[in-house]
Structure formats: structure tokens, C-alpha cells
Design a binder for this molecule. Structure first.
Ligand SMILES: Cc1cc2nc3c(=O)[nH]c(=O)nc-3n(C[C@H](O)[C@H](O)[C@H](O)COP(=O)(O)OP(=O)(O)OC[C@H]3O[C@@H](n4cnc5c(N)ncnc54)[C@H](O)[C@@H]3O)c2cc1C
Length: 389
């Protein structure tokens, strides 16, 4: 039985948990709550503006052994390459694997499980606002005020806040094609994680290639800049990259992906106005890289543990401050064009073991390891100056 509705008719009060937004972060947390078996008596409401019917994104991340969503991992590679004019390397990243999950597979997997849970209701409506007064929570759905009592509310919908004076934001924007060739041209065992050989005239720019088979791959063109390009510019660059660097003349485009991820030093509070923020709006997007998927997974695990232990969610520690400091420094350097991103990433991979780099990008290194990594980078003088401030 599927408990989804497209209107607010019959929505009752008395929910224990409410999720505003049903994307990566909400589903990652809710699936863990379901799997724990400890929430089957709780009434749960999930609200999203629309059902997930398209493959709207592809998540790439690295992981040691099997993760919570292993069943929907579409491809994985234990060899990845880094390419640039200064330094290139094919890296064995064991014990890590570089993994890819297709959005559509993830959504279907989650909603299959969710629809079998009698205690979970799914409502499709646009949340235009929410309010928290006298400890009572409510939302405005399609313009209609709906009081919802005193549930625990998790939010992953972006709500613009007044930005602090020193907030800076770069856009990570990318367009990708899933292409198919007649000839076997790809090495399905190896992904290109970053290829910086492309021109850098707009700012930090790289391509990446995720081969599915010897004749198909997702090829993506990515920039970290203030302004987006026009759609035809991404297309021209993709065409050039595929011809010039992959040496492929004939192919067909099977699918198109376009996305924008904010890279910002904005501080996202975990708890605010009656809701706990998850995912990108909960600060889970790393400001200097845009990687989010694994941070969401780690956060979901912490939250479920805390709920099961009956401890207050407010007590959950956030990201250690020093990582915000590194991200902020790197973001400033890129934002103000103080050093080109390709030089920073080249040096990062040239001077450090790939596993160490991956741990650093995951915020999992120790201070000692970080000092060693950071002092190997051309960003070191900037970091020292920032530290003095
Ligand atoms: C194309 C793309 C590719 C990405 N690739 C990677 C990657 O490879 N690796 C990585 O680590 N990260 C990646 N990211 C970043 C990040 O992992 C994703 O953005 C991730 O989906 C963030 O999860 P979230 O739950 O915060 O937001 P979302 O998954 O976007 O979920 C938010 C939900 O809220 C709903 N919603 C929004 N507004 C309203 C409203 N007013 N009313 C009701 N519902 C609303 C949306 O429909 C959506 O379902 C990518 C992002 C994009 C856009």
C-alpha cells in the first residue's frame, strides 16, 4: 500500500517526525531509521514538491568496503587517474573504491522501502514557508497553513538567510553526457577523477570520465567559478574534450546531466527555528570541493545513533572548526584568483599518497597529517597569513 498523497487532505497532526524535502539527506536518514526497526511505531511524514521520476544527478564518492547504499552502487573503480600539465598519475586507491550511484536508482530503492511502511506518509506539495510558535510547528503548503503540532522536524529545503558580510560563494557547475561509442575505447576498470589539462580561462576547470563499459561513459565538464556558462559553451567544451583528450570522433549522447553545487563559507546552523537542517542546508557540502554524499551518510549515522540513545540532537558535534578554516582559506584563494586550482590539486596529488588525500578531503585526517599535507601545497603561505589573523 502506498501512502502518498498529492494534496494535504486528511493530513493529521500527531506526527513524531517530519521531513521537509525528500532528497538525498532526508532519504539517507529515514532509511537508517527504518532499518534500525526502532521507529515503526512512530508517525512519520515526508513532504517533497514532486515525486522523483528522473535521473537528476549522479553521486560519486569514495569509500572503504561496503556502505549503507551498496545495493544501489552502479559502478565502482579501484583505480583512478589524475591528469594535469604539471603532474599525472594513475592511482591505486585501495582500500578505497571510487563509487557511483545514479540518482534514480537511489530514489527508487528508498521509495520502495518507504512505501511498504505503514507508519510513513508521503505528501507531494510545495513548502513555501514554515513556522515555529509557542513550540508548535506548522508549514505553508501550496499557500495553505497546516499546523503540525510538536514533531521533530528535519529540513533539507534551502531558505535564504541574511548573509554575513564576509560570505563568499563560488559555483561548482558542470554539464555531462553519457556517451556511447561503436568501438571499445574506455578502460572500464579505471575512472578519470580529475583531468586539468583543459584550458583554465574561466577559472578552475576540469573534466572527469566515469566509464561504465568499454563503449560507454559519463563525461563531465566542471568549473569552480563565480558565473555559470551558457549551455552551448559547456557543449562546445565537452565536444572538444572528447575529441582532443579522449581521441573519440564518433559517439552518440544517451543522457545529459547539468548541475550547480554552491561552494561557500556560509555557516549553516544545524538547529534553527524549530527544525534540524540536513544535507546541503545543514552544512554537509564541503565548501572547497562540493563533495556532499559521504558527509550526508556520516551525519545520518550520527543522528540515528543519537535518536536511539535518546540524547538531544543539539549535542551532536558539527564539523571540526579547523576543516572550516582550511575550506575557507582555499575558497578565498580560488575566489580571489590568488592561485589557480589546477596548481593546488596537482601539488596535492603529487606530494601525498592518494589515500591520504582522500582522507583529508573527507575531513578524517589528524592535525599532524593535515600540517604535512598543507605545508606541501602552494597555499601554505596563505594559510599561515590567515592563521595570523
Ligand atoms: C547534478 C548534481 C550532481 C551532484 N554530484 C555529486 C557527487 O558526485 N558527489 C557528491 O558528494 N555530491 C554531489 N552533489 C551534491 C549533493 O550530494 C547533492 O546535491 C545532494 O542531493 C544533496 O542532498 P540534499 O538532501 O541536501 O538536497 P536534495 O537531494 O536536493 O534534496 C532536497 C529536496 O527538497 C525538495 N524541495 C526543494 N524545495 C522544496 C519546496 N519548496 N517544497 C518541497 N520540497 C522541496 C527537492 O525536490 C529535493 O527532493 C551533486 C549535486 C547535483 C545537483
Amino acid at each position: 500500500m502506498h501512502h502518498s498523497k498529492s494534496s494535504t487532505d486528511g493530513m493529521r497532526q500527531g506526527y513524531d517526525y517530519i521531513f521537509l524535502g525528500a532528497g538525498c539527506a532526508s532519504l539517507s536518514l529515514l532509511m537508517r531509521m527504518i532499518k534500525s526497526g526502532q521507529f515503526s511505531e512512530k508517525k512519520i511524514l515526508l513532504i517533497d514538491k514532486a515525486p522523483k521520476t528522473s535521473n537528476d544527478r549522479t553521486w560519486c564518492f569514495w569509500e572503504v568496503s561496503n556502505g549503507f547504499f551498496e545495493e544501489v552502487v552502479y559502478r565502482k573503480w579501484n583505480t583512478v587517474s589524475f591528469l594535469s600539465d604539471d603532474y599525472s598519475s594513475v592511482m591505486n586507491i585501495a582500500p578505497y573504491e571510487y563509487k557511483m550511484i545514479r540518482g534514480i536508482d537511489f530514489y527508487q530503492y528508498c521509495f520502495d522501502v518507504i512505501s511498504s511502511q505503514k507508519n510513513i506518509e508521503v505528501v507531494y506539495a510545495e513548502v513555501t514557508q514554515w513556522y515555529y510558535q509557542n513550540e508548535k510547528f506548522g508549514v505553508v503548503l501550496n499557500g495553505e497553513k497546516v499546523p503540525l503540532g510538536r514533531p521533530v522536524v528535519f529540513n533539507s529545503i534551502y531558505k535564504p538567510i541574511r548573509k554575513k558580510k564576509n560570505t563568499i560563494t563560488l559555483q561548482q557547475h558542470f554539464k555531462g553526457w553519457i556517451i556511447e561509442t561503436e568501438q571499445a575505447v574506455f578502460n572500464a576498470g579505471e575512472a578519470i577523477m580529475m583531468d586539468f589539462r583543459v584550458h583554465q580561462k574561466h577559472g578552475t576547470t576540469f573534466a572527469y570520465v566515469l566509464p561504465y563499459t568499454t563503449t560507454s561513459a559519463l563525461v563531465e565538464y566542471t568549473l569552480f567559478t563565480k558565473e555559470l556558462l551558457r549551455q552551448e559553451q559547456y557543449e562546445t567544451e565537452l565536444r572538444n574534450y572528447i575529441r582532443q583528450y579522449l581521441g573519440i570522433e564518433k559517439y552518440i549522447i544517451k543522457e545529459v546531466e547539468f548541475g550547480v553545487i554552491p561552494m561557500t563559507n556560509e555557516q549553516f546552523p544545524f538547529y534553527q527555528d524549530g527544525v534540524y537542517n540536513l544535507g546541503t542546508v545543514g552544512g554537509q557540502t564541503k565548501g572547497s570541493s562540493g563533495y556532499t554524499f559521504q558527509f550526508i551518510q556520516k551525519r545520518s549515522e550520527q543522528i540515528v545513533k543519537q535518536l536511539l540513545a535518546g540524547k538531544p540532537l543539539e549535542k551532536l558535534p558539527g564539523t571540526p572548526r579547523r576543516f572550516h578554516f582550511y575550506d575557507n582559506t582555499l575558497l578565498h584563494i580560488l575566489y580571489h584568483d590568488q592561485l589557480p586550482g589546477n596548481k593546488i590539486f596537482s601539488r596535492l596529488f603529487q606530494k601525498n599518497k592518494p589515500q591520504q588525500v582522500l582522507r583529508f578531503l573527507d575531513n578524517e585526517t589528524s592535525l599532524k597529517e593535515e600540517l604535512k599535507i598543507i605545508s606541501s601545497l602552494p597555499t601554505w603561505p596563505f594559510l599561515k597569513a590567515a592563521l595570523k589573523h
